[in-house]
Ligand binder design. Structure first.
Ligand code: ZN
Length: 271
């Protein structure tokens, strides 16, 4: 599943090229998770101002309204002046004066949704519950710590929920907690201030690094030019059950939390 770093890498890969482009045509493939919500023809002639990101949504800002784009489980975007004719899994083409933005999504859990603005009811429904952005200055430690203190669930699940901070997906949650030396099962509300400080720094560090390196390598993720990232190769605990911890050589352990796999070092992450 594309995570925040992959979405951010995707955004950076085409934002400068598409800004200022005029929409010339919109081609829809099979239905996606949600309907576009507007007659595609009415988008023709509008101008793309910029592309921002909120959580895992890309916000394609038009001179009127915006398109919320989500990659779902298996989506990826391409942007190029010329692309081959759409294939079976290409379900959305935004043809512009600067190139074609194409969504390929074999499983079709992704979506492109038109909204009037970020304060429209649908935008609020999709974006309103999102937590702080980990890579922005607004990711304030005090607010982060306050968010954790309200939650009794295991810290791993609180990070995954995304309502305190967005972007810490399943792979990153294990990596972040290892870096901070925190046991994934500890109640979020019981994390002391010094440990929360380490966690706050770890969230920033792991996600920033993943963006720098081009996002995680996931079977079906490729960036805007069709290349894959390589973060997972360097994972410290994720996917390494039974292998020696890179810090203390204790075998890495795997467990299930909320139907997802968690990896941790029982020695480096004692509590
Ligand atoms: Zn260890």
């Amino acid at each position: 599943m594309p995570e925040l770093p992959e979405v951010e890498v995707t955004r950076r890969g085409f934002v400068d090229r598409i800004a200022g482009a005029r929409i010339e045509a919109v081609r829809m493939g099979k239905p996606l998770r949600w309907a576009l919500g507007i007659d595609p023809q009415t988008l023709v002639g509008r101008e793309v101002r910029t592309v921002r990101r909120r959580g895992k949504y890309l916000l394609v800002e038009l001179d009127t309204g915006l398109l919320l784009l989500h990659l779902g489980m298996s989506g990826s975007l391409r942007f190029d002046a010329v692309l081959p004719p759409p294939g079976a899994h290409d379900h959305f083409d935004l043809v512009t004066s600067r190139g074609i933005l194409r969504l390929n999504d074999p499983r079709r859990f992704g979506a492109v949704v038109h909204v009037e603005g970020e304060d429209s009811p649908l935008a609020l429904k999709l974006l309103g519950g999102l937590g702080m952005e980990p890579l922005e200055d607004s990711f304030d430690f005090e607010a982060f710590h306050a968010g954790l203190r309200k939650r009794r669930a295991p810290i791993k699940l609180v990070l995954l929920a995304g309502d305190v901070v967005v972007g810490v997906g399943n792979i990153y949650a294990s990596e972040v907690l290892f870096l901070a030396g925190i046991r994934p099962t500890v109640a979020a509300s019981r994390i002391s201030r010094p440990r929360a400080l380490r966690l706050h720094a770890a969230v920033r560090q792991v996600l920033a690094r993943a963006v720098e390196q081009g996002g995680t390598t996931l079977r079906d993720f490729s960036n805007i030019d069709g290349h894959s990232g390589h973060f997972q190769i360097e994972a410290t605990v994720y996917g390494r059950a039974g292998e020696p911890c890179r810090v203390c050589a204790t075998p890495v352990r795997q467990m299930r939390q909320g139907q997802r796999s968690t990896y941790f070092c029982p020695n480096c992450q004692k509590y």
